[in-house]
Design a protein around this ligand. Structure first.
Ligand SMILES: Cc1cc2nc3c(=O)[nH]c(=O)nc-3n(C[C@H](O)[C@H](O)[C@H](O)COP(=O)(O)OP(=O)(O)OC[C@H]3O[C@@H](n4cnc5c(N)ncnc54)[C@H](O)[C@@H]3O)c2cc1C
Length: 428
């Protein structure tokens, strides 16, 4: 692997793949170092589907570029679809893994899977090599430029970039149930929520139904409330642990399956996504909660009678961990005031969306109607390393601002911009 790389991307997840393809298309020799056995990160490993809608009320799609090509490719085999609200980001996480392999191969991006970045050598404000571990042993790889797309800013932290990691949203462990009678589930949801107040159903075509519904422990008129109450009373669910947050989506290309954006990991103490013991607890606790939710669905929800768990995410759903100190720290005010910047790397109108541990503390703060904000390049540039950019959910923001920028469309845009930026730097 001793090659003269132009760019090494640490982490081949949502933003990392975009960065790698974008730089490679500008002629760079690019290597992705990825700890999983597949690309896609949270979108595939944590089973986070669909992408959040990032379209203005007047219909402007704020996310452009490589992700649209990826979704188009998936759509050709029925593995992505556009919801009736215009969100084209409904996709099959399992097949996304394969399509991302193809995109990297077609663009000559090399990948080292099952390889962890665990060190960085720094000289005079520049990374000179990164240390990796895989089954071949310890090794060093070198490039002119580095992009940290690990979600946790691992490479930046190893290189001595200061960061904040003082507050965290709840973590989740997502899963999929299969052999759901989707048609029966959709008709039943229509019966209990005839005004579609908390349910969205798109009878997309004869083959697939795109649907979503939710429930939380906050009293917001959830139509599933009586079913959660029965289940808690009958001892199937625990109110505090299992009724706090429940959200489901159907999946294009997985005809009879439902993806769960839950359970949120319940714990008496604050869990730190950077603490190995807390993370290990979270996997075990998540799998306990999943078994209760499965029993709940089979017993109380129409259409789930014969359903079974087909996948539990191999990767924990971590909403936030480190946020680097960059040249500019994006704030909640910037977002809610729809700030525009000189070098925008992404445009978004996603609200400040905090999944809090305590009841009544969830937040969902929207931008003014038809407005969007821009993420500045300066939030991707660490304050003390010159040949490193950071992309994805760990860029330089406050805790509240991160609760908006973290969605997949933004991560794709940041990665794509960063890849092109690095290529331009290398050429000039
Ligand atoms: C439970 C949950 C629900 C969400 N719901 C939605 C939603 O509905 N829609 C939406 O658009 N967004 C949603 N999000 C947000 C969004 O999915 C993530 O914020 C986004 O995918 C993060 O992208 P990223 O590129 O920063 O990191 P990731 O996609 O996580 O990529 C990081 C990659 O780096 C690799 N890596 C990490 N450390 C190392 C290391 N040391 N060495 C080598 N490789 C490493 C990882 O294996 C991974 O592949 C959700 C997130 C969570 C957790």
């Amino acid at each position: 692997m001793k090659k003269n790389w132009d760019l090494i991307v640490a982490g081949g997840g949502t933003s990392g793949v975009a960065a790698a393809i974008s730089a490679a298309r500008q002629g760079c020799k690019v290597l992705i170092v990825e700890k999983n056995s597949f690309l896609g990160g949270t979108a595939t490993g944590a089973l986070v589907t669909p992408m959040m809608k990032n379209i203005t009320q007047s219909g402007e799609n704020l996310t452009q570029g490589i992700i649209l090509e990826v979704l188009d490719r998936l759509a050709k085999t029925g593995n992505s679809a556009t919801f009736e609200d215009g969100n084209h980001g409904w996709f099959n996480p399992e097949m996304l893994k394969c399509v991302l392999d193809d995109f990297c191969e077609e663009n000559n991006v090399e990948i080292l899977f099952d390889t962890v970045v665990l060190g960085a050598e720094v000289d005079n404000k520049n990374i000179t090599a990164i240390k990796c571990w895989n089954k071949s042993g310890l090794s060093e790889v070198q490039a002119k430029y580095y992009i940290d797309a690990t979600g946790d800013a691992d490479l930046a932290a190893l290189a001595g970039v200061p960061f904040e990691s003082n507050e965290h949203q709840t973590m989740s462990l997502r899963f999929i149930m299969t052999n759901v009678n989707l048609d029966a589930f959709a008709r039943w949801l229509e019966e209990i929520d005839p005004d579609s107040s908390v349910t969205s159903i798109d009878y997309h075509n004869f083959e697939s139904i795109l649907l979503s519904t939710a429930h939380t422990w906050d009293n917001l008129g959830w139509k599933l409330r009586p079913y959660f109450s029965f289940a808690v009373r009958e001892g199937v669910l625990k109110e505090e642990e299992d009724a706090a947050y429940f959200q489901v989506f159907s999946i294009p290309g997985q005809k009879n399956s439902i993806a769960f954006n839950c359970p949120r990991i319940s714990s008496d103490k604050e869990l730190d996504p950077l603490n190995a013991e807390d993370v290990s607890y979270a996997y075990k606790q998540g799998r306990k909660q999943i078994r209760r939710l499965v029993e709940f669905c089979k017993k109380y929800l129409s259409g789930f009678e014969e359903a079974y768990v087909s996948q539990i995410a191999p990767q924990l759903g971590v909403r936030d961990s480190r946020r680097i100190n960059g040249l500019y720290q994006l704030t909640e005010d910037d977002i809610l005031n729809a700030k525009k910047v000189e070098h925008p790397v992404a445009k978004s109108n996603y609200p400040v969306d905090v999944h809090a541990k305590e009841k009544g503390k969830n937040e969902l703060k929207h931008l003014p109607p038809d407005q969007y904000y821009e993420i500045p390049l300066e939030s991707l540039i660490p304050e003390n390393i010159e040949n490193l950019l950071v992309v994805g959910r760990c860029i330089s923001t406050t805790f509240k601002a991160q609760a908006s920028i973290r969605i997949q469309p933004n991560c794709w845009s940041m990665g794509e911009y960063a890849g092109k930026y690095v290529a331009d730097k290398i050429k000039n």
